[in-house]
Design a protein around this ligand. Structure first.
Ligand SMILES: Nc1nc2c(c(=O)[nH]1)N[C@H]1C(S)=C(S)[C@@H](COP(=O)(O)OP(=O)(O)OC[C@H]3O[C@@H](n4cnc5c(=O)[nH]c(N)nc54)[C@H](O)[C@@H]3O)O[C@H]1N2
Ligand SMILES: Nc1nc2c(c(=O)[nH]1)N[C@H]1C(S)=C(S)[C@@H](COP(=O)(O)OP(=O)(O)OC[C@H]3O[C@@H](n4cnc5c(=O)[nH]c(N)nc54)[C@H](O)[C@@H]3O)O[C@H]1N2
Ligand code: SF4
Ligand SMILES: [Mo]
Length: 733
């Protein structure tokens, strides 16, 4: 591979000129070229010389420049001086001294577990950022680490831990030579392939479709389903569909029986469990005809190469972990695991012969579960993380270990987790809330202090965790494009300053407290003796920076067959059965005879111009992005509801009033609304936009969640919808 890119000369952060860098919003990690003039970023465009994205990007990467210079951005430490959202600027020393004193006092009085951290999604996109946030509270002996895992990846990571053994990598599709891709609950055209780093996903999917097919199982005819093939399903029903597919595969002799006998544990038990499920029941539950299920199973099993890829839509239902186990099973049983063009894991670019540590699994226990259970709900901790949905009750429930002081690092739980009102209330009751963010978001308005953090343009990075789950693996280092804006400080620096002030050792004490230098040393350590550097005589930050500014492709493709060596069970055999899976399979079987809740099932969607809760504060970004409740014409007619009218959406847990859009893109019996709206933070544009917080409707009660993972039920929430005012009359005007 010729990767020389002599075009660029290295520039210092803030120097005028064109800086090659990469986007750190989503896993695609697209290459960007940022133009700096007079110290400010004036343009951000595609990096056509980038080794994987080759010029691909979406609107959000370039739009991050508007975030960096947003007039509502927090540029100095802020101290609360009144009610929620009332702040005054203070000096860093004032803020840090007071926070350190209060943390010390609270921990001394109420114990280590009275201190906690919630780190949000962006923490996964900065080098070691999650480890810094976790390391900070661990330095006090606290186990209170919260994050979005329980509304995102938790069930997938538990399924991978059950099937392949704890501590192993995530599975993903080898798009390069895949002939048939079955997508369960993902929308790559908008979200750009979660848990797979492939910036040119659309192009890759088009090639897969030309070779065989891309089939999208989704309750909405999404942008991806529209472009390829669509199998509409009811929300929260994939476990039925997948069980029925496996049953067909087993009954019709389409399973790779010899391979299963030789290399896999538990197929016999799983086969018997799916055999007990009637195809008719499954068909009725998921809304896909039995014949269609059978032909989908045959098509999957018969393709030359194939993979079944599930994402968010498969992760947050009432059988979230089982669904993900069944996705693994479908791949394994048809011989797709560890095959080029199939379902694979990635090799570590950094550790020789060792299994890679992948997204969210870089630290924490090496068991899917330890002995520990959450204080609220008695739920297991996935990779050592507290069930995120219990955050509010942990604050509100008195007793041993009650959460009193919280660091909110790049997160917005009020909009991210079910029970928004309760979370909002709980955050206002804390003895100490400190936010590390560049906005006063809807959660941070309750903070006692908001400490300004840099955007990704203002920090160096290495795409370390995203170099594993990718069919075309690459490494890229970037310098900061500009120095931190205003008085922003790196999160590591903030944590270290507080640790020193509370009489503790710094995290990563190298480089005498210079956070930037310490981070560069960590990167160098990771690259030292990295197998990824073998072809070029070794890697370092300096080499990546000078010689590979547009990224370094360290392998043409993944070693698919090596996936078998990365199975973490001591016997090297994936497991399709065990106590936990058996319990869930039994629960599914029992559900077959339970009545179906006939209410409409609410599920979510993402939009291209919107990123979770925080890119809504610039009209250039949010323009045309109007959140609406999608409802099928049949359901609308029944309720006398018309497009453009307002409706009340009521669940067992809350209600919101929103605008409706009648559309046959969603299945009858379901309604759809995006998350991340309904703002009341320190962002003026976002606050002025229509839209409500859909997480007021999902259940904040741990008893309602999937118990083995603690995943919240987000997709498939039963709701009633009623028109506000006379809709059909109004529409006829
Ligand atoms: N533009 C944009 N891109 C993003 C983000 C963003 O906010 N905006 N967020 C990023 C983040 S944090 C993540 S985790 C990834 C997520 O990436 P994806 O997993 O691709 O996320 P979504 O686009 O939400 O797609 C989930 C799909 O599941 C479907 N679905 C819902 N319920 C069910 C169900 O019960 N069964 C089935 N089969 N499908 C169901 C939904 O209709 C939706 O199309 O995207 C990332 N990329
Ligand atoms: N109903 C429903 N709820 C959902 C989802 C859904 O599909 N439906 N999706 C879930 C998913 S997948 C996720 S990941 C969560 C996201 O939930 P969270 O991670 O809790 O929240 P975000 O909306 O991502 O907010 C991120 C915050 O970090 C700040 N930020 C951005 N970059 C940085 C940085 O580099 N440093 C610092 N210090 N701060 C930064 C932003 O300003 C913003 O305030 O939402 C979840 N909630
Ligand atoms: S797809 Fe968009 S948001 Fe994702 S990395 Fe690329 S430019 Fe950034
Ligand atoms: Mo996410």
């Amino acid at each position: 591979m010729d990767q020389t890119s002599p075009r660029m000369n290295r520039l210092e952060p803030g120097a005028d000129g064109v800086h090659p860098t990469f986007c750190r919003l989503c896993e695609a990690q697209c290459g960007l070229l940022a133009t700096v003039e007079n110290g400010r970023i004036t343009h951000v465009g595609p990096d056509r010389d980038h080794v994987t994205s080759s010029g691909h990007l979406c609107v959000k990467g370039p739009a991050m420049r508007y975030v960096a210079y947003d007039p509502d951005r927090v540029l100095q430490p802020l101290k609360r001086i009144g009610g929620p959202g009332e702040f005054a600027p203070v000096t860093w020393d004032e803020a840090l001294d007071d926070i350190a004193a209060r943390v010390s006092e609270i921990v001394a009085r109420d114990g280590a577990d009275s201190l906690g951290v919630y780190f949000g999604n962006p923490a996964a996109f900065g080098f070691r950022h999650m480890a810094f946030a976790s390391g900070f509270v661990r330095a006090f002996g606290s186990s209170k680490i919260f994050n979005p895992v329980h509304v995102d990846t938790g069930s997938k990571s538990l399924a991978c831990a059950l099937v392949y053994g704890p501590g192993g990598p995530y599975t993903f599709p080898d798009l390069e030579t895949c002939d048939f891709l079955l997508i369960i609950g993902a929308n790559p055209m908008i979200s750009h392939m979660s848990l797979v780093s492939e910036p040119r996903a659309l192009q890759k999917l088009e090639a897969v479709a030309r070779r065989g097919g891309v089939v999208v199982v989704d309750p909405r005819r999404t942008e991806t389903a529209e472009r390829f093939e669509h199998v509409p399903v009811m929300p929260d029903s994939d476990a039925w569909l997948l069980s029925a597919m496996l049953k067909t595969i087993s009954e019709e002799g389409l399973a790779s029986e010899a391979l299963l006998a030789e290399r896999v544990e538990g197929w016999r038990e799983l086969r018997d469990a799916v055999a007990a499920i009637s195809l008719e029941t499954a068909a009725a539950r998921c809304g896909v005809a039995a014949d269609a299920i059978r032909s989908l199973a045959r098509r999957f099993a018969g393709a030359r190469t194939a993979a079944c890829y599930g994402r968010l839509g498969s992760c947050r239902g009432s059988f979230a972990t089982l669904t993900n186990v069944l996705i693994e099973a479908l791949n394994i049983v048809t011989g797709r695991f560890g095959e080029p063009g199939g379902w694979i894991t990635g090799a570590s670019p950094f550790r020789r012969g060792a299994p890679p540590r992948s997204v969210y699994q870089q630290f924490g226990t090496q068991q899917p579960y330890g002995e520990a259970r959450s204080r609220i709900g008695g739920l297991p901790l996935l990779s050592g993380f507290q069930p995120g949905g219990t955050l509010a009750d942990d604050i509100l429930t008195p007793g041993e270990g009650q959460l009193k002081a919280l660091f909110l690092d790049s997160g917005n739980p009020v909009l991210a987790y079910p029970g928004s009102r309760k979370i909002d209330e709980a955050l206002s009751r804390l003895d100490l809330l400190v936010a590390l963010d560049f906005y006063v978001n809807d959660s941070a308005r309750h903070a006692h202090y908001v400490l300004p953090a840099p955007t990704f343009f203002e920090r160096a990075d290495l795409n370390d965790i995203f170099s594993v789950n990718t069919p075309r693996p690459w490494l890229q280092y970037t310098d900061a494009v500009i120095p931190p804006v205003g008085e922003s400080r790196l999160e590591l620096e903030i944590y270290n300053e507080l640790l020193v002030r509370t009489g503790r050792k710094r995290l990563y004490p190298e480089a005498d407290g210079n956070a930037e230098a310490a981070i560069e040393r960590m990167m160098d350590k990771l690259l030292e003796d990295a197998p990824a550097g073998d072809a070029v005589g070794g890697l370092s930050v300096e080499r990546l920076r000078e010689e590979f500014p547009n990224g370094y492709r360290f392998a043409e493709a993944q070693d698919a067959r090596g996936s078998w060596d990365r199975v973490m069970h001591p016997d090297g055999r994936p497991r399709l059965w065990g106590e936990i899976i058996a319990g869930e399979a039994q629960r599914l079987q029992a559900a077959a005879s339970q009545p179906v809740d006939r209410r409409l099932k609410l599920f979510g969607r993402r939009k291209l111009r919107s990123f979770n809760s925080w890119m809504h504060n610039d009209m250039r970004i949010v323009r045309s992005d109007r959140p609406t409740l999608l409802m099928h014409p049949t359901d609308a007619m029944e309720r006398q509801i018309a497009s453009g009218g307002r409706v009340r959406v009521v669940s067992d847990h809350g209600e919101i009033e929103v605008e409706v859009e009648v559309s046959d893109s969603v299945v009858a019996g379901s309604v759809n609304y995006p998350h991340g709206w309904g703002h009341k933070g320190g962002w003026r544009v976002a606050n002025s936009l229509p839209g409500r917080n859909v997480n007021e409707l999902a259940s904040p009660d741990p008893a309602d969640w999937e118990q083995i993972s603690g995943m919240c039920l987000i997709d498939g929430v039963p709701v009633e919808v009623t028109p506000l005012g006379a809709h059909l009359g109004a529409a006829a005007e």
